[in-house]
Structures are given as C-alpha cells and as structure tokens.
Ligand binder design. Structure first.
Ligand SMILES: [Zn+2]
Length: 415
C-alpha cells in the first residue's frame, strides 16, 4: 500500500467510524429500521428485486405505523439504488434507512449509504429491527492485521491465517512418525534413530507448508503464532525449520490441546493478549517518539491550533490523532471582519462567541469536523496521519492531556 493509499484508507475509516457511531444510537419505535449488506458481486437488479419483494410482504405488518415506516424505508432504499449501474462499488455497500425516534414522540426519516467498506462484504443480508445492524462493519473497522497460524504435534499439523477476527484454515498434514513403542525385531537404537528422522521429516514438511503460505506475504504479515503441546512447538521453533525471514516475525508459542482446525481457533484465543499488544505496537512506537521529541527537543507539537500552524508550514512529519477524539472546529466572524475559530466537542451545540479583538458578538461562518480539517491540510503537505488507540497509557494521555491532537515534526519550527 502506498502512502497516499494509506492516507486515503485512514481517512475513509475515520469517516466510516463516525457514521457508524451515529447509526448505532438510533432507535425505531417498532421493528422498522432496515439495513441491507450488499456484497461486491451482487447485481443491483437482484437487490432491487429483493427490496420490492420485502415491500410487498411488508403490507402484512399489523401495526399501521410500522407498516408505513418499513415501506417508506424500502422506497427510499430503492431510490438510492437507482444511482448505481449493474454492480455495487468495490467491496460492496451497506444501506440504512428508517424512521428514527427524534424525541417528543416524533420521528425522522433517515437514509445512509456506506460505500466500499474496508473489507469486502461476505454475504447478502437483509435486516429489519428497531436498531440498525452495524456489528459486521464495526468488526471490519476493529480489524487490524494479518497473522500466520501454525499448530502442530508429532502426528498432525494445520496452518492458516487470522485476518482480523476471522480464522481461515488453509492446509493440513499428518505424519508417519511411529509411536514410542518399538516393534519386535528392531534394535532399540535403530528404532530411536528412525523415529527422530521421521519427526525431523515431519517438521520439515510442516515448515514447508508454512513457508509456502507465509513467505510470499511476509511484508504484509503482522506476526506468526505457533501452537501445540510441549515440547513439539519448542522443537519446531528451536530447530530453525521456518524460513529465516519468518522466524523474526514469530510473536510467540502457545499451548493448545488440539492440532486440527479447531486448534487454530484455540491458538488465537490463547494468544489474545499477545495479539492485543501487537495491535498497538505501532501506536506505541509513534507515541514514544512523540514524547521523546517533546522531552529532548523541539520536534513535537500538540493541540489543534499549534498543530494546524505547523501543518500549514509543512513541518509535520506525522500527524497523531486519538481514535476517540470527536471534535468540530467553528469559524466565527465579527461585524468588524475579525475571523476566529474555536474547537468544541462534536456532540455539543455551537456556543455563542465574542470577538476577542473588539468584543462584538461574532456570527458562525462555518462548522466542520476538526479531524477532517487537519487531515485535509496534512494530505496537501505530504504529512502522514496516524490514529492512535487509547488502549495504552500514552494513548490515553494523547486524548486527555494533549487534546487528542499531536504531531512529530520534520524540523524544529519554534511555533
Ligand atoms: Zn472583532
């Protein structure tokens, strides 16, 4: 992935997260909120047919209010579908529509279309409930990473992938390693030697499977997990069977009871702590670098205003934004033409503002998402944007002590 694609994808994900947070909070007074997940290969005409079908079936709904709401939602979805040709955009799309409670017994009709989610939508889903169905999208967004999985004992092995939360078994092998009991007629020494040879051969075979699968993806892989009983997994790792470039990416070895496909899932469960750490490894690195620069030099900036000024100068190497930050920037203008802005919580209404230069009441010129505002400037200046988790101490500090916005500078600016 190139830097600009990464930039685009971070921004895209941020926009997705925002819409999902909004949709999650909505409730319908009945089962009247419609969600449709459309996979990339589904024809729009098929979706249209399905929606028409649901529309006619909705006429059986007893409650008049719910019936009308569902049919309105479906009509609105059909209107949206007309904008698409034969197929949905890349990775598919999700349509949300329905009458949501807006307080005081009133309701508002809303329709949202989320195009091109971060990963392809797997299957078509039609969902009608008192809430929108957002979990599959949330899982995609939480999805950070690609991990190689190996489980083995001396009899059996499985290799596969962990993509986000999904375990994909790919290949398996069984061994010809004889049991510990020798058959009659063989010398004990010869038997032991043959057995060790068979074990060695099996480890080589397992490593071959793993290498074939993982080596081509070694630059994309975030780590490899190895599971099995002791001492098999230790022998396998200590024996340098894996390709040397893969050995450096092994995150750890874990005990698992089974080495069939279910063992791959056990492995992921048992490695959950290591995986959680791995997810924030990069975030930690950025925050460590930020604090180092803050303490020793001048190549650090933080807060909306200071960071914005540095961004405009083109001096920011990496823009660090807290994943949990939701801020808007409001631009005010007073009657005397002084322009000022203020950063506020995105959930709050726009406050009144007095011009700090002349004291006159200023009017609101614009209100926009503060993060998008900064990312826009960052994009124009070749600055990378990184979203930082709050699941570790320095990540929490970014949000609580630095207003959720910071930057590592290319050079000191004194701003
Ligand atoms: Zn003024």
């Amino acid at each position: 992935m190139s830097e600009s694609e990464q930039e685009h994808s971070d921004r895209h994900k941020y926009e997705f997260r925002k819409v999902i947070e909004e949709l999650k909070d909505y409730r319908g007074s009945g089962t009247q909120l419609v969600t449709i997940y459309v996979p990339p290969d589904r024809l729009i005409s098929d979706v249209m047919t399905h929606v028409t079908q649901e529309h006619s079936e909705a006429s059986n709904i007893k409650s008049k209010q719910t019936r009308t709401s569902v049919q309105d939602a479906l009509k609105s979805i059909k209107d949206r579908l007309k904008y698409y040709d034969t197929k949905p955009p890349e990775n598919g799309m999700v349509l949300f529509s329905g009458a949501i409670n807006s307080g005081g017994g009133r309701s508002d009709m809303i329709t949202r279309v989320l195009e091109s989610p971060p990963q392809p939508i797997q299957s078509f889903r039609y969902h009608c409930d008192s809430e929108f169905l957002t979990e599959p999208l949330e899982e995609m967004l939480a999805d950070k990473g690609l991990f190689g999985l190996v489980v083995l004992d001396r009899r059996e092995a499985n290799v596969g992938w962990l993509r986000g939360k999904r375990v994909d078994p790919v290949k398996s092998a069984t061994s010809l390693v004889p049991g510990k009991q020798k058959k009659g007629g063989q010398s004990a020494q010869r038997f032991a030697r043959l057995r060790l040879e068979a074990i060695d051969n099996f480890y080589q075979e397992v490593a071959g499977m793993a290498n074939d699968l993982f080596v081509p993806e070694r630059h994309e892989i975030d780590g490899i997990l190895v599971g099995g009983p002791s001492p098999t997994k230790d022998e396998f790792l200590d024996g340098d069977y894996l390709h040397h470039e893969l050995q450096d990416t092994v995150l750890g070895k874990f005990d698992v009871a089974y080495t069939d496909e279910s063992g791959l899932k056990d492995l992921v469960d048992n490695a959950s702590e290591a995986l959680a750490d791995q997810e924030i490894v990069e975030d930690k690195r950025h925050m460590d670098e930020f604090f180092e620069n803050l303490n020793t030099g001048e190549k650090a900036t933080y807060g909306f205003e200071q960071t914005r000024r540095n961004l405009i100068m083109g001096s920011v190497d990496r823009l660090l934004i807290s994943e949990d930050l939701r801020s808007d920037v409001v631009v005010y203008e007073c009657p005397n033409g002084h322009e000022e802005y203020e950063v506020i919580d995105a959930r709050h209404s726009t406050p009144d503002h007095e011009c700090s230069e002349c004291g006159d009441a200023a009017s609101v010129e614009a209100r926009e998402d503060a993060i998008e505002h900064l990312m826009e400037i960052a994009g124009q200046r070749g600055t990378e944007t990184k979203f930082i988790s709050t699941d570790f101490e320095k990540g929490e500090q970014l949000l609580d002590a630095f207003g959720g916005i910071a930057g590592i500078l290319r050079y000191s600016t004194g701003v």
